[in-house]
Design a protein around this ligand. Structure first.
Ligand code: GSH
Length: 280
C-alpha cells in the first residue's frame, strides 16, 4: 500500500527550512488523501484568501510514511510538541495544531469573510456541531477506528503496514469498546446534522447556520469525504485508500444516515466556496 508521490502536485518545504522563515506556514501530511482535518484547515484558509507556505510533516529524509511513522516525525514533534498535522504557524507565535485554534487565527488574520457567526446561539451551535465532526470521539475520530480495526484484522502478522495501523490506533484511542460505539456515534452525528440542514432549508437558507457560509459548512464538506469521498475528477486521491475502512462508508446504517441532502450540501459547498478538484 502506498500513497503515491506522483499524486502530490503541490510544493512542500521541509520543517528545517520552514523554521527559518516567518509569516504563515502550514504543516501538512503531503499525502494524496483527503484527511478531514487537513482539508478542513485548507478550506478555511482558502476561503479567507490567506496564502501560506506548505511544509511537509515528516522528517527531511524520510520517504515512506507507512513505516516508522514515529521516527519519521521527530522534527515535527520538536517544533510543535505533537505529531499530527495540520499545524498552522504564524510568525513566532505558538504552533496551532487544533482545528478551533486554527480557525480563530484565520479569523484574526483575515476577518472577512467571517466564518464564525456573530449570533451567539448560532456560534455556540457551530462550535458544538464542529466538535461533533472534528473533536475527540466525534465523527472523524469514530470513523478512524475502522481504519485501524479492519487492517489489523486482515493483514498478515508480518505485513510491514501493521506497525503503522497499530501506531495509529494507539495514538487515536482505538479499543474494542470504542470500535463497538463508533458506528452508532457516526449515525447520531449525521442525524443531528441532517436535521439542522433540513430546518435551515425549511427557513430558506442554503447554509447550516444563519444565512451565510460558516466554518461548519466547510467542516461538514471536508469531513464528508471520510465517509463518502468525491469521485476521482474532484478528488484525485491515492486509489489504494478508496476502500470503506479508509475513505468510505463501512455499513448500511452509515449509508442511510448519509442522506442525499447531506451529500448535496457537501457538493454545494465545494462548488460554491472551495477548491475543485482538491489539490494535494
Ligand atoms: N490535531 C488535530 C487532528 C489532526 C489529525 O488527526 N490529523 C491526522 C490527518 S488528517 C494525522 O495527522 N494523522 C496521521 C498521524 O497522526 O500520524 C485536531 O484535533 O484538530
Amino acid at each position: 500500500m502506498t500513497i503515491q508521490a506522483d499524486d502530490i502536485k503541490l510544493e512542500y518545504i521541509s520543517i528545517r527550512e520552514a523554521k527559518r522563515m516567518s509569516g504563515l506556514r502550514i504543516v501538512l501530511g503531503a499525502f494524496a488523501v483527503p484527511g478531514p482535518w487537513h482539508e478542513a484547515c485548507k478550506g478555511v484558509y482558502y476561503v479567507k484568501g490567506l496564502d501560506y507556505t506548505r511544509v511537509r510533516s515528516s522528517n527531511e529524509n524520510s520517504s515512506d510514511v507507512l513505516v516508522g511513522m514515529e521516527n519519521s516525525q521527530s522534527e515535527l514533534v520538536e517544533w510543535t510538541a505533537q505529531s499530527s498535522a495540520p499545524v498552522v504557524i504564524w510568525n513566532d507565535e505558538r504552533p496551532r495544531s487544533l482545528w478551533n485554534d486554527q480557525l480563530y487565527l484565520a479569523e484574526r488574520l483575515s476577518p472577512e469573510p467571517s466564518l464564525i457567526p456573530t449570533d451567539p446561539a448560532d456560534r455556540i451551535r457551530m462550535f458544538g456541531l464542529a466538535n461533533e465532526l472534528l473533536g475527540d470521539t466525534g465523527l472523524c475520530y469514530s470513523k478512524r477506528h475502522f481504519m485501524t480495526s479492519v487492517p489489523l484484522a486482515s493483514l498478515p502478522d508480518d505485513a510491514p503496514e501493521r506497525a503503522f495501523f497499530a501506531h495509529l490506533g494507539a495514538k487515536y484511542g482505538y479499543s474494542e469498546k470504542n470500535l463497538a460505539r463508533a458506528s452508532s456515534q457516526i449515525v447520531e452525528i449525521l442525524e443531528v446534522l441532517d436535521a439542522q440542514l433540513a430546518a435551515q432549508h425549511a427557513r430558506g437558507s442554503r447554509y447550516l447556520l444563519g444565512e451565510q457560509l460558516s466554518a461548519l459548512d466547510i467542516y461538514w464538506a471536508t469531513a464528508c469525504g471520510f465517509v463518502d469521498p468525491m469521485p476521482e475528477d474532484r478528488c484525485p486521491m491515492a486509489t489504494d485508500f478508496r476502500q470503506p475502512q479508509f475513505y468510505g462508508s463501512v455499513n448500511d446504517d452509515i449509508d442511510r444516515a448519509l442522506t442525499a441532502r447531506l451529500r448535496a450540501h457537501r457538493d454545494f459547498i465545494y462548488e460554491a466556496h472551495l477548491q475543485l478538484p482538491i489539490v494535494f
